[in-house]
Design a protein around this ligand. Sequence first.
Ligand code: ADP
Ligand code: MG
Length: 250
Amino acid sequence: MLNKVKESLKSLRLKFSAENLDMLLKEANDNEYSYLQFLETILEQEEKNKFTNKIKRNLKISGLPVMKTIQEFDFKFQTTVTKRQVKGWMDFSWLENRENIIFMGPPGVGKTHLAISLGYESIQNGQKVKFYSMQSLVENMIIADSDNRFTVYLKKLLKNDLIIIDELGYLPLKPIYANLFFQLVNKAYEYRSLIITSNKTFEEWGTFFGNQTIASAIIDRLLHHAEPVIMNGDSYRLKENTKFQMKEVS
Ligand code: ADP
Ligand code: MG
């Protein structure tokens, strides 16, 4: 009978219960669980296991390039973003409200670090996240467009709750490609959240997109429900480099 139950659990996709039935039965026996308690324990563990697996899967497909956490972020070095502000984001109401976060500032101030850690925390919170560098996103869009798959591509991309676009502004875009990016921003507007990091100010986006009208239309939609976070200060990379040099000298 035990094996038959295990098979049934498997076919119902209750994998955890199928694999751990002996242990669950023993636990129920040892603790003299009622039928209801036994059922509750099984369902609870199954749900927990499914959630953990979902997070693992979502983390794997997110494309987050490295692991960066909020805990690793030094708020004494970077003071334009406060710990309170970051803690505020941890209630994820910005994601529920389909708001955007835009990190702007010079290189090395921690824009990508914060974007990755917010992506990571959102995944832990059960959300689907996709991370792209602006360059790879645009490359994917161009390929999809030339294969007449752009609409399908966009639809799939917008299945994610949060799309992170890193390093907007490094390489100038041809206006025809800026239009593809506009379509993403337009479709995501009030529907999905975007996190964007950029080393360029909004005034400079016109040059980046090669077309002021498209740039304005993009900024207009992004900023309607967005928190632009202007970061400045010294580069953390250089700080680490200085430490290295000092060690070398002494
Ligand atoms: P940006 O995207 O603004 O150019 P990054 O986020 O890539 O900068 O940061 C550069 C490096 O410095 C990364 O390794 C990052 O983890 C680290 N870093 C930047 N700011 C901080 C900070 N305030 N606390 C800890 N590490 C930081
Ligand atoms: Mg960066």
